[in-house]
Design a protein around this ligand. Structure first.
Ligand code: C2E
Ligand code: CA
Ligand code: CA
Ligand code: CA
Length: 279
């Protein structure tokens, strides 16, 4: 429980649950990690469904923890989101991803870099400025940057979201709707959103039961038809098997991402996915 301390300062009593203490510790560690620059980006390749050429990378954050090793975002991103640390962290991710893509020659080679944007970042007034700064300081062509937002974020305040998205798009960047199909999209709202790419959630791609697979197949087909009808591209994520690849190709998906094609890789390894520059 919280108690007012002597000077009106709140002190925490030991009765407080372990979980809360852990969270407070994690928040403090995250804050320090930002200062010490302990975060790294891994990059997962995205490939054209037909030619299998590399068309982009998704930047995925990890925490190089001093004692616990490399931590996936599932271990810390929710705490960053709850504590507003996601704002400076998200800024760092944006700048780092743009810088890396520019260094790899994204402008000349024509591939894209996708960056995840969390709810708080999207609703924060500074996102537009952050994106502009990341582009300006890296020299990355805005056409090379894709911002990934989840369905739930975009549809929470649809009218405000449409405005934010339009302003971002006016910079020349593109918008992807992440984890598509898992939220509660209203199709009419989708029509009003300036979105360039639908990313079909991996739960539709990976089925544990054959009877689910049959209906997923139908749903993927519907999502592709919908997206193409609205002039959007379709990316399928979580592609792990050759069968899934063949099916997604048959159903008309444009871009594939998944362990079958490439795992998320450290920058030094991801670089090997780039074709050698023309002599
Ligand atoms: P996401 O945006 O849906 O990213 C895809 C996740 O699926 C990644 O997990 C990736 O490693 C994993 N994945 C890719 N291909 C496959 C596959 O074939 N099979 C399976 N089973 N999984 C696959 P990761 O890197 O652990 O990231 C988890 C989530 O953390 C991301 O989900 C995203 O929501 C969030 N995240 C990652 N980086 C950032 C970031 O920089 N900012 C924010 N706000 N969120 C991030
Ligand atoms: Ca994503
Ligand atoms: Ca996703
Ligand atoms: Ca996800």
């Amino acid at each position: 429980a919280k108690h007012e301390g002597k000077n009106g300062v709140r002190t925490f009593q030991p009765a407080m649950g372990d979980e809360t203490t852990e969270r407070v510790d994690l928040e403090r560690d995250l804050r320090e990690a930002l200062v010490r620059e302990e975060f790294v980006l891994h990059y997962q390749g995205q490939f054209d469904v037909r030619s299998q050429a590399l068309v982009g990378f998704e930047a995925l954050v990890r925490w190089q923890h001093p004692t616990q090793g490399l931590l996936p975002p599932g271990k810390f991103i929710h705490v960053a989101e709850d504590s507003e640390l996601i704002l400076p962290l998200g800024d760092w991710v944006l700048r780092q991803a743009c810088r890396q893509a520019a260094a790899w020659g994204a402008n000349e080679r024509g591939f894209t870099i996708s960056v995840n944007v969390s709810a708080l970042q999207f609703e924060h007034a500074n996102l537009l400025q952050s994106v502009e700064q990341a582009l300006a300081s890296s020299g990355l062509n805005p056409r090379r940057l894709i911002l990934e937002l989840t369905e739930s974020v975009v549809l929470r305040h649809p009218e405000a979201a449409a405005g934010h998205l339009t302003r971002l798009r006016d910079l020349g960047v593109r918008i992807a709707l992440d984890d598509f199909g898992t939220g509660h999209s209203s199709l009419s709202l989708l029509r009003q959103m300036p979105i360039d790419v639908l990313k079909i959630d991996r739960s539709f791609i990976q089925d544990s039961h054959p009877w689910e697979a049959a209906s997923s197949r139908v749903l993927i087909g519907v999502m592709v038809t919908l997206a193409h009808g609205l002039k959007m591209k379709v990316t399928a994520e979580g592609v792990e098997t050759a069968e899934q690849h063949a099916l997604l190709r048959e159903l008309g998906c444009d871009v594939l991402q998944g362990f079958l094609l490439s795992r998320p890789l450290a920058a030094s390894q991801a670089e090997a996915l780039l074709s050698p520059p023309a002599a």
